[in-house]
Design a protein around this ligand. Structure first.
Ligand code: FES
Ligand SMILES: [Fe+2]
Length: 370
């Protein structure tokens, strides 16, 4: 595989279950309120109890399928709007069936609305989306996942946090490979203060395998970008290094460090349906803390970038509608190839029950112009 200069690989839009996904920004779910969310084609109702703790249930009543999001919520129990069954918000356990008479002893505590593990991290509500249950299996209480939801790395006690979200009309695969693609920068993200097509030059970056992913090893960022120079000036640091990690199913983590200052971000590409995904960027930093408009400025710059990507992918979706033949080339598209190989390896390990065989066996240096 390594030697083929040109390789055709069509994204299969397969969505990976059994991972944590960002469901909604925290601020969209108020206390004692319900909100809808769609993740991996799974409709969810997300809410926040009277104490402020978030929860997630499948948005279908186990009785006759009415969306629970149509019902009401008192801060503890979710009541279905169709026949008034009530469910514990966190466990999904049935607490009341109004139609039952005194003599009818249905064991209602054995009835569950499907619940999903839920954690709040960095201003987002994360939900663990498990492998779909076999057809016909009823819902039970959600099992607590072995690992907790990811969070954006931070390196000091005090820092600022901001987030950004954008819907993309393409599959999660196109969303992810678009995110890790180094060659579109000069064409899509042109700006006088960033770079232009004339600043294209040859680059060489070292990569290494990490669990379920790969890392662009700590390096000094591209010399042709003004913001990095600014950071360096501001931080008055000898060197500035950046590390970029990609990990299955959809995580891109970037850390920039310059002396005592740091900036980090955790970007996720979440499958909503087979043909739609959502990009969420959460950034944390201790730079520019004294600037009142720091977060706004940063958000503005980030929003510009994401909007350029969104606009591009919207156009790309038009082209993809007719299933064109696609190709990935070396070395610029190698990260994209790795992504597909990682996904394959993961699915293979699920299928066989065997160990995850990492497709990248050691450090690799990639070259491209951008
Ligand atoms: S459908 Fe929900 S109570 Fe009947
Ligand atoms: Fe981009």
């Amino acid at each position: 595989m390594k030697d083929s200069p040109l390789q055709c690989q069509a994204p299969d839009s397969l969505m990976l279950f059994g991972f944590w996904y960002r469901a909604l920004p925290s601020e969209r779910v108020r206390r004692r309120k319900l909100a809808k969310a769609l993740l991996l084609e799974t409709p969810l109702v997300i809410g926040r109890d009277a104490q402020g703790r978030a929860f997630a249930l499948r948005d279908a009543c186990p009785h006759r399928g009415m969306p629970l999001s149509c019902g009401s919520f008192d801060g503890q129990l979710v009541e279905c709007s169709y026949h008034g069954w009530k469910f514990d918000a966190h466990t999904g356990q049935c607490r009341e069936i109004p139609s039952l008479t005194a003599g009818q002893n249905l064991k209602i505590d054995r009835i569950y609305a499907g619940s999903l593990a839920c954690q709040e991290r960095d201003d987002y509500i994360w939900v663990f989306v498990p492998e779909p249950a076999p057809a016909g299996a009823g819902a039970t209480k959600a099992a607590e996942p072995r690992i907790s939801a990811p969070r954006v790395p931070t390196f000091t006690d005090k820092f600022k946090l901001a987030y950004l979200t954008a819907d993309m009309p393409v599959s999660v695969d196109h969303g992810i490979i678009g995110l890790m693609d180094p060659a579109h920068g000069p064409f899509v993200h042109q700006a006088w203060w960033w770079r232009t097509r004339h600043s294209i030059h040859e680059k060489q970056k070292a990569f290494e395998p990490i669990p379920y992913g790969f890392r662009m090893s700590a390096h000094t960022p591209s010399s042709n970008s003004a913001p990095y120079k600014l950071v360096q000036l501001y931080a008055d640091a000898e060197s500035i290094t950046t590390t970029i990690d990609f990990m299955l199913p959809n995580l891109r983590q970037e850390t920039i460090r310059a002396g005592k200052y740091w900036f980090s971000s955790l970007t996720t590409v979440t499958p909503i349906t087979r043909s739609h995904c959502r990009i969420d960027v959460v950034a944390a930093w201790n730079l520019f803390r004294w600037l009142p408009f720091g977060p706004e400025l940063l958000k503005y710059v980030f929003a510009k970038f994401v909007e350029q990507d969104r606009h591009t992918m919207e156009k790309q979706a038009e082209g993809l509608r007719h299933n064109p033949h696609l190709m990935l080339i070396d070395d610029a598209d190698r990260p994209a190839k790795w992504y597909f190989q990682l996904k394959q390896a993961y699915l293979e390990s699920l299928r066989t029950g065997g160990e995850f065989r990492h497709p990248i066996t050691g450090p690799v240096t990639l070259k491209w112009k951008s």
